[in-house]
Ligand binder design. Structure first.
Ligand code: ADP
Ligand code: MG
Length: 279
């Protein structure tokens, strides 16, 4: 059964998308079957996985409104070794269209039931807000991975997020777990970052992942080549950290590491190119 995780943090620019694409690539590299779902209308996880958001025949939008299945809409990123259920600007409209729909927070969860056996991991890159899109992610997920920078207001931000997750647990998804807090863009030479990191560990104990993702320019450069850092430059410090993080995730959630990596399944759906007005 696929384990489903949201990469979430209500702040923008904290490293959610970088974490989602590199964790997906890291997991694929160690032999896991991965589906990455882009739930952000900006489509950065889609582009950053080598899938052109302007050329998507079907996107996560079609899945949410019930016009396509996940199998029909997901594309294999050959370069990255995982499947992508992409997003573009069209998805912003889903917010409004979902409002009158029945079970509007559960649409992604219900759509994912079909592919539960196709993948080991489903990762969901959430937008930086608590929107109906994020709620669909949190309802579908078994757990949340929270990337965060070790900055002055970090603890406050995390407390808000934990409160939100608590509310989702009460009202929508009682099994939702916080898998862990991931320290990203870390610069060990900065005293403040060391202090905040120590505070996080004191406060949240083993909910803080052991792996720390360093600030690394290769991770920031990779998206302009349409690749996760892990694929673009596997030797870079940041890429190695994400592969180590992928291993830690597998261990933490009780997954298995296959002796030999499995090739990803080819997409069954035939892709026809539809151009959206410059998404
Ligand atoms: P979010 O999805 O939370 O908005 P992103 O993953 O898009 O955040 O990251 C914001 C910016 O920070 C991007 O330009 C990204 O390339 C850069 N970035 C993220 N993680 C790192 C890192 N570990 N080292 C250097 N730059 C990073
Ligand atoms: Mg993002």
């Amino acid at each position: 059964m696929a384990k489903i995780f949201c990469v979430a943090n209500q702040k923008g620019g904290v490293g959610k998308t970088t974490t989602a694409v590199n964790l997906a690539a890291g997991l694929a590299r160690i032999g896991q079957r991965v589906l990455l779902i882009d739930l952000d209308p900006q489509g950065n996880a889609t582009m950053g996985s080598g899938v052109d958001k302007r050329q998507l025949a079907l996107s996560v939008y079609a899945v949410l409104i019930g016009a396509a299945t996940v199998r029909e809409a997901a594309t294999l990123s050959e370069a990255c070794g995982y499947h992508v259920l992409g997003a573009n600007r069209e998805l912003a409209g889903a917010e409004i269209e979902l409002v009158p729909m029945e079970r509007r927070e559960k649409r992604l969860k219900e759509a994912l039931a079909e592919v539960a056996l196709d993948y080991d991991f489903v990762l969901i890159d959430c937008p930086p807000s608590l929107s109906l899109l994020t709620l669909n992610g949190l309802c579908a997920a078994h757990g949340v991975v929270v990337p965060m920078q070790c900055e002055y207001f970090a603890l406050e931000g995390v407390t808000d997020l934990l409160h939100t997750i608590g509310q989702v647990r009460i009202h929508l998804n009682k099994d939702l777990e916080i898998i862990g807090l991931l320290r990203v863009m870390f610069d060990p030479r900065t005293t403040l970052q060391q202090q905040v990191s120590a505070q996080l560990q004191a406060h949240f104990g083993d909910k803080v992942f052991d792996t720390v993702i360093p600030r690394n320019v290769r991770l920031a450069e990779a998206p302009s080549y349409g690749l996760p850092g892990v694929v673009f430059d596997p030797a870079a410090k940041g890429s190695q950290a994400f592969v180590a993080f992928a291993r830690e995730m597998v261990e933490r959630v009780g997954g298995k590491l296959p002796a030999r990596p499995r090739p990803p399944r080819k997409s069954a759906a035939k892709k026809t190119v539809k151009t959206t007005p410059s998404a």
